[in-house]
Design a protein around this ligand. Sequence first.
Ligand code: WTA
Length: 652
Amino acid sequence: MTHDALENLSHEDRSFPPSAEFAAQANGTAELYAAAKADRLGFWAEQAEKFVSWDTPFTEVLDWSNPPFARWFGDGELNLAYNCVDRHVEAGYGDQVAIHWVGEPADDTRAITYADLQADVNRLANALTELGVGKGDVVAIYLPMIPEAVAAMLACARLGAPHSVVFGGFSAEALRSRIDDAQAKVVITADGGYRRGKPSALKPIVDEALELGAETIQSVIVVQRTGQDVGWVEGRDHWWHELVASQSPEHAYTPHNAEDTLFILYTSGTTGKPKGIKHTSGGYLTQAAYTFNNVFDIKPDTDVYWCTADVGWVTGHSYIVYGPLANRATQVMYEGTPDTPHKGRLWEIVQEYGVTILYTAPTLIRTMMKWGREIPAGYDLSSLRLLGSVGEPINPEAWMWYRKVIGGDRCPIVDTWWQTETGAIMISPLPGVTATKPGSAQVALPGIAVDVLDDQGVAVPDGHGGYLVLTEPWPAMLRSIWGDDQRFVDTYWARFPGQYFAGDGAKKDEDGDLWLLGRVDDVMNVSGHRISTTEVESALVSHEAVAEAAVVGAADEMTGQGIVAFVILRSHAAADPDIVTHLRNHVAKEIGPIAKPRQILVVAELPKTRSGKIMRRLLRDVAENREVGDVSTLADSSVMDFIKTGLSGGGE
Ligand code: WTA
């Protein structure tokens, strides 16, 4: 990220204060800012008492005596499944729908009440116990968007068995490496799920992962979703409907320590090896529930909330499972893609279920813009009262379209900035307080401390850009990288000692509002999914035809960034006319279809400095069709001319 890019933001004058009616009924009020400012830790203690039921109350809020290793509410005990399910049933809400599940095939729906969810979670907890899963054993979850995914996560939480959810679009090799890193004991999967009108298989991918390695896996639990044929290993594989149905719907839970691991979630870093982000229980639930309540303004008796993320990403963890369920929300969960069987599917669901709060990603909004406003105009969207955005910077044009076309110019938009590592929302408007501004996530939530620093680590004044940092520990913060404390320290806490370096560029505008400007490291953000350049490079060079590869993220109108790869082929491969297709498929096989490069350019040389470092900046110029920048540090400055002239025929 160059300084020019950080500084050159146009000025934004449009401002949308909440209506008086919205403000009058809002959960989050301006007093929250004042209370958090007066006594930050006292404020968090209050949220922890308000949103969480503790089996053993905590006496200590934060232990920061051994930074960057934090302990929040460290002597408290709780159970997350109890907090998300049982306590609502106890309070008389067993018949309230927790999940309106919508399958992709027409008319394939299920309504799951809190009482149903309780029985499912308990049965699975009993089944896992029977399979030998106890506290501290890691369970991998590789499922489509079906309610069993939610029950599986909660059953693990109930037992104190950390879950590691792996997005269903990841490959066998990606699944294998995540299972091995976490030494998972059980995998919970399905025969398949429905995507784009077809059953897509998951179980064969698990089988392949278990052939490649993953030797710690003792049992595989398989949900029957599509009914397709699957391979079977007797003794190891169990059908969910056989194993779970026979269990008792009662399960007496044990409370867990606030700092016991709740889950591991792998995310891309700047090296090829994905990082297992470790989250614990008490602080995580506190911030997930507090943010869900105040940012999404949930009224559990009347709202119908819908988050379009997949449970395989952190948004699904915090804002499909833990935040909403801790708040006793009723939500929609959708299995499929937005254009199946037609491009109005999302709006049809909003209309049918009377969705009031919608949380989605800018890529989806831009896709809807491209499809045209006539599509949402064909549905009654008047139930909507609040809109959210997450995952990437939202450009003002998409923000305005979201507000006008989807929100009928009446719904506040909350642009929420956070990360897998932060566990919960950090920067966002409060919908009943903040006058929102198109394209800006605006200010840190009450209780959260952020700043923007220059290269020297000095805070920049308003009107300037730099690096986003979090200056104080927060309850839902990652506690470490699974099995690699040193990498945790080096990745997040070394760049600006004592402060958490988020890896994002940001600008403070004249009003002090924050604008997120994308990653400043080698992590790409494609449709809101984090993928590292090195990961894709390693996948490419693992193909026998490739001698060398360099990958960059290039600006993409629809997906935020697109993956562009430059490869040097081994001589025997140069004659293969389909090499680009083979390489794209190879990357999909190694990582998953989301990592398929948008373009692969076959080149004879890569631009390198005299010390041999690839100059990605120049490749990015090429990939974004810009005048190539300063080449004076190149070992051989003619390389860029060759790359550019070779371009016309090289892409796909
Ligand atoms: C980006 C997703 C701008 C950012 C919750 C961050 C955003 C990365 C926003 C984390 C936003 C997320 N505005 N950029 N509102 N939200 N990002 O871990 O670059 O999948 O570092 O977590 O997404 O992605 P992750």
